[in-house]
Design a binder for this molecule. Structure first.
Ligand SMILES: Cc1ncc(COP(=O)(O)O)c(C=O)c1O
Length: 429
């Protein structure tokens, strides 16, 4: 990787722009529909044009100071209220954040503060299933909260009995996923919420992935286990508008059953010469464009638009699952509830699934590697590439070579060995 020295002189606009385009040309080509999970491709040029305009209007604005930006306060409140209606809690019961990880941080922080102030807990822990997103491990690490992880059941869902064994008087939060990232299955939220209520802990549903799709999945008549605030005992929920909400990056919501809980998120400080500093999320200066983008996307799509997108996701998901099922050497892991799944070598097959992934890479597909196989996250645009996926996958299974050894990787990590502990952060190379 080139190490850039500080430029002595400024460059002409067109040169800078050409250099940016040149750099971007080497990035993943998500518009072709061959990428998964990094971009939720809605396949909607009008929405894209709208978002470009909205982003431009708010490019330089700062959501840090609500008094200077009443428009952003209005839009953030609207997004929170629209999400509250969708997930069945009351208006004003949350905030926006920059993404799933920040929403999860805020949920853990709120639970820690709530338990400290209301129950005197000084040594808090959070209980999750082993399939919970690493954002919980990260939040616990940063916030000095113990993270307890329970094994999942044979169906890959959180096992309430195993989780109950880890809950004690210092447990501030019990977590379920709707669905979990690796296998796309929804945890038994009612049982986890009951467990939390019995032990006087809070219960968070990580619907970062599913929050903006499951309501439409349900309306399409698909079986959706209970997962939102309609479940007694669910006290908070995170849902990313920048995933199946189809806005650009930097937009999530963190919601509570009780709007009073939002005050545990606040950070107020006046012990410095700059006057009272108040902040409701982890960032200080907050980019405005994602707030406006989320607002505009929800207004543009409305329930009918989201339903149409969900139909496309469902159709593409069925197509991808059929393509996998048509190949005897392959099988899907578990029984995914939505549009996210892993597939790997079928039982009894000695197929080198990493080698299959390599051939798919060569053909321009970007399937994330997991320890158990390849990961698929379906977006509306994928409905256009189902047939090609099936053809390429069948060819890849028939013609693959031995795997080049690319091991499981997620986020900013480049891995060439199966041991995650030896992984090198790409930015540090
Ligand atoms: C279930 C789940 N939770 C949390 C996150 C974290 O979201 P973000 O990457 O926006 O921080 C993800 C990301 O894919 C996820 O799938």
């Amino acid at each position: 990787m080139n190490k850039a020295g500080f430029p002595e002189y400024g460059e002409a606009t067109e040169d800078v722009l050409a250099a940016v385009k040149d750099l971007a040309a080497g990035d993943i080509d998500w518009r072709s529909g061959r990428a998964f999970s990094l971009v939720y491709h809605p396949g909607d040029e009008e929405l894209e044009r709208l978002l470009h305009e909205v982003a431009l209007i708010y490019l330089h604005e700062n959501a840090l100071n609500p008094f200077k930006y009443p428009s952003l306060v209005q839009m953030e409140n609207d997004v929170v209220d629209m999400a509250a209606a969708l997930f069945h809690t009351v208006p004003r019961a949350g905030t926006m954040s920059s993404g799933g990880t920040e929403s999860i941080f805020l949920a853990v922080h709120t639970a820690r503060e709530w338990a400290a102030q209301r129950k005197g807990v000084t040594n808090p822990n959070v209980v999750t299933a082993s399939t919970a997103h690493p954002a919980f491990a990260k939040a616990c690490h940063y916030l000095c909260v113990e993270h307890r992880r329970a094994p999942v059941g044979a169906d890959l869902r959180a096992d309430p009995a195993e989780m109950a064994r880890l809950v004690d008087a210092n447990t501030v939060l019990v977590v379920g996923s709707a669905p979990c990232y690796p296998f796309g299955v929804i945890d038994p939220i009612p049982e986890l919420a009951s467990l939390a209520m019995e032990r006087e802990a809070l219960c968070h549903v990580d619907a970062c992935l599913g929050g903006w799709l499951l309501p439409w999945w349900e309306r399409l008549g698909e079986p959706v286990p209970p997962w939102d605030f309609r479940v007694d005992g669910v006290t908070s929920l995170s849902a990313d508008v920048h995933k199946y909400g189809y806005t650009f990056k930097g937009a999530s919501v963190i919601l509570y059953r009780d709007p009073e809980m939002v005050r545990y998120q606040w950070f107020l400080y006046d012990d410095w010469p700059g006057g009272l500093y108040g902040s409701i999320t982890t960032a200080g200066t907050r980019p405005a464009a994602p707030i406006a983008g989320a607002w505009a996307t929800i207004k543009f799509l409305g329930a009918d638009g989201y339903l149409r997108k969900a139909e496309q996701v469902r159709s593409a998901t069925r197509g991808f699952l059929d393509a996998v099922a048509a190949i005897p050497e392959l099988s899907v892991t578990g029984k995914p509830d939505m549009s996210v799944f892993e597939f790997g070598a079928a039982e009894g097959s000695d197929l080198d699934i990493g080698g299959v992934g390599d051939v798919m890479d060569d053909r321009g597909w970007n399937l994330d590697r997991q320890p158990g196989g390849l990961h698929v996250m379906v977006s509306p645009y994928h409905v256009n590439v189902v047939d090609q996926f099936g053809t390429d996958l069948a060819d890849a299974v028939a013609s693959h070579r031995a795997s080049q050894g690319k091991a499981a990787g997620y986020g900013g990590i480049a891995v060439d060995k199966p041991s995650h502990r030896e992984a090198l952060c790409i930015f540090a190379l």
